[in-house]
Design a binder for this molecule. Structure first.
Ligand code: DGL
Length: 286
């Protein structure tokens, strides 16, 4: 089938680089029968400091690439790309397109007791105001406090997830949020779930940490069930092997070996291969 509605077609997942693997990992855990085509835009990362127009252009190219792989649904695993590109892409595509922001906002709305919610994310995501918009739509009484944490992404990519330098920076970043008395903190960037232990230590036990990756996988599953698009292993004789590595394909726009090393450190199995492609050759029209 080539129309993207074959239920045994893969799910397309994309991010500016490695961070979206935290979302892919949740999809793998919660939907072990699903095949995944992952694209990490490692040549053009970071997205968090780029403009809306640029992110939309990049995202459209990636969607073209994923459609060429005949995916049945697309998950924008990047918060910044979800903030700037989800609405237009949803309108342009005839397959389901999901972002990570609504799922995170819904969970936060259900979690908070005092209505004071913190959001930490890239500058792009904070500037877009999208978390605030979605949360206020859910409850106009919520008080939302955003904080851009631009140093977190490079610190995670340097492997400093448990380092005292990262902890010190985290303390400075969240100080204002702590003064505001938030009881819920959205980890609004793909990399931040990898700082969960450190953020738990810094924020204390009383502040709930929301990982949008987890909820996004639940939202995806619900959507696939509703649309009758769940992978059916019986129809292909695969027997539904749990997380079979061959059902996952990884593509990047640069530095495939580096990506693979990181992927191996956070995924529950070793990635067999990562292919580098020229994303610029994919058209921007839709
Ligand atoms: N994936 C991005 C996000 O979730 C973080 C990395 C970047 O700035 O590209 O916003």
């Amino acid at each position: 089938m080539t129309d993207g509605r074959d239920k045994n077609a893969p799910i397309g997942v994309f991010d500016s680089g490695i961070g979206g693997l935290t979302v892919a990992r949740e999809i793998m855990r919660q939907m072990p029968d699903e095949d995944i085509v992952y694209f990490g835009d490692t040549a053009r990362v970071p997205y968090g400091s780029k403009s809306k127009d640029t992110i939309l252009r990049f995202s459209r190219q990636i969607v073209h690439f994923l459609r060429a792989k005949q995916v049945k649904a697309i998950v924008i695993a990047c918060n910044t790309a979800s903030a700037w590109a989800l609405d237009p892409l949803e309108q342009e595509q005839d397959i389901p397109v999901l972002g990570v922001i609504k799922a995170g906002a819904f969970t936060a709305a259900q979690t908070t007791a005092n209505g004071r919610i913190g959001v930490i994310a890239t500058r792009g995501t904070i500037d877009s105001g999208v978390y605030e918009q979605v949360l206020r739509g859910l409850n106009p009484g919520f008080q939302i406090f955003g904080k851009a944490c631009p140093l977190f992404v490079p610190l995670v990519e340097e492997g400093l997830t448990h380092d005292f330098i990262t902890e010190e920076i985290a303390r400075r970043y969240v100080k204002d949020l702590q003064y505001k008395g938030i009881d819920t903190l959205i980890l609004g960037c793909t990399h931040y779930p990898l700082l969960r232990t450190l953020l738990r230590k810094v924020m204390g036990e009383k502040v709930a940490l929301v990982n949008p990756a987890y909820e996004t996988a639940i939202e995806l599953k619900t959507l696939l069930v509703e649309k009758g698009l769940c992978h059916d292993p019986r129809s292909t004789g695969e027997g539904g092997a749990l997380g079979t590595p061959s059902s996952y394909r990884f593509y990047v726009s640069d530095l495939a070996a580096q990506f693979q090393e990181f992927a191996n450190s956070i995924l529950p199995y070793d990635v067999a291969g990562t292919e580098q492609i020229d994303i610029e050759q994919y058209g921007v029209s839709h």
